[in-house]
Design a protein around this ligand. Sequence first.
Ligand code: SF4
Length: 627
Amino acid sequence: MIKGFAGRVLEIDLEARTFAFRPLDEDIARLYLGGKGYGTRLLYDLTRPGIDPLGPENPLIFATGPLNGSLAPQSNRFAVVCKSPLTGGIGSSACGGSFAFGLKKAGIDVVVVQGRSGVPVRVEIDGDTDAVRFLDASDLWGLGTGATQKALGRGMHHAVIGPAGENRVLYAGIVSDARIAGRCGVGAVMGSKGLKALSAQGTRKLEMADEAGFKTYTQWVRQVFKGHPVLGEKLRRFGTMGIVNTTNGRNMIPTRNFQAGHHPGAMNLSGEYLEDHGLVGVRSSCLHCPVACGREVEVPGAGRVKGPEYETAGMMGTNLGITDLAEVNRWNWMADELGLDTISLGVTLGFAMELQQRGLLSTGLTFGSPEGVAEMIEAIAHRRGMGDELAEGTRRLSLKYGGKEFAMHVKGLELSAYDPRGSFAQGVEYATTNRGGCHVQGASMYFESTGPLTINPQNLKLKAELPVVQQNLACAVNSMVLCIFTTYGLIPRQVHALKPSGWVHRLARVLFENSGPAYRWIMSGKLLQVTWMDKWLSRVTGMRITSGHLQEIGARIFNLERMYNLREGLTGADDTLPDRILHEPLYKHMTSGHPLDRLLPQYYRLRGWDEHGVPLPETLRRLKVRL
Ligand code: SF4
């Protein structure tokens, strides 16, 4: 067995209440790593086309990767893969917390949950004795995610759902500690199986190919991260809400359902403001993470709880026209307890407010007013009244009540909190990412516009190349499984230190803007180790991995996801953006919205796809994608 893997897949059948340990498939592990890559391969192979995502035939796959269980910074994460009930295509989501650690310590890389239990059930995995226990969870059904984990106790590491998952809200997530696998409705799939909680523990040791080399290199990377302006300073001090002032200043923070990109009160939701008003603690939200981007706030009636992330501040704050930090803190806590993805929730609430604004539907929700929001969040999680409608997400609402042109989703997945009219590469990424409109499947906006270098959005340079490279890298990162923030460290502190008005900065920006082919060439070099990840992987697994190999593995995973989507009926026509983004200008000097129509053909060519967005046979052959 390749080092870094535990070597076992646990298959659980909730209907028959049986389980079996199978050997990890080494060929799949070499080609797809673990996490999202291994999970996608399994989903493709285990299912026939057209299955009901909320039926027992949709497997729910929990997957760790070769870096989980190591001391690599930001490596205690797991991926969840299934068919998404929100998009009908590939569903994948990643989560921090401590469950990945528990699973790996139990000597398990992947858990495949099949079938459906007639009564609420929870499953405990004891990796030391290889016991798998199916336990009655009726007493936990209806409890929030925090209350559930408290009731389960501290002996094991848990992945649980809240009432939203139980009630199959299409954007319900799965929670471990205070972190959530929020996207694509993975919590609804867990709820459809009657599975309240999956818990694991063990004391097995991760075997590495070069443990001493790994340790030495990791210590060096930790020092780099510690001194890095984003990882070691900004994220560490202000959490992800430290991004609010940047995106607001660049007119990129969703405001009133993306009708604007700037809110004069957004500063009240920033990490800087939080530090002065109401921050009660900082903690490493994911186990063993030195960045510790999680913040703690005090919510009346709930006590000291995890504070909102940037996405929540954007989507449930400015996107609703609301900048009251106390309200956003409370809604964030409610969503975490109920097990809801705050991105999809915030976009859906914003859409409901615009339906009200335009007289298309009386939702009782108004931009700028917190009135009724908390009640609606509860109603959504329990599918009561109008909440039942909103539980279906933005796309379905727009199909029923109109407003398709301002329904802010791609492929059914609600957009995250970066307006792509200020980051054209991010727009291409939103449009083409297989799971839908998401910001952590590449994070091009950081390299294009919210990071230290800003690229002119009025020209098309680098805008198709950047998403290809970043999506491939993110696929690999989500398969190891690492936090996407590790990629932010790839822009050195020296670049961050440049004065934006200085000639060196301007020169660096122009060079970067024109670096498309060179950037692709460097990242796909099979002799070069240019990222932390390839060096870590080589030392852990014993395989010689370069950044070129990572690009190839990432492209393989991305193309397999694409083939899964095509199999499920999604096509190139789904590679689009909401009309509002395509046609309404955001900046004074813009004459139109996002130029996706000019960038998409270039993107398809770079991917090796035909003009309809279908991977060419030679592309699949080159990448060894078996169908
Ligand atoms: S940086 Fe934040 S999200 Fe990433 S692993 Fe650390 S605590 Fe988790």
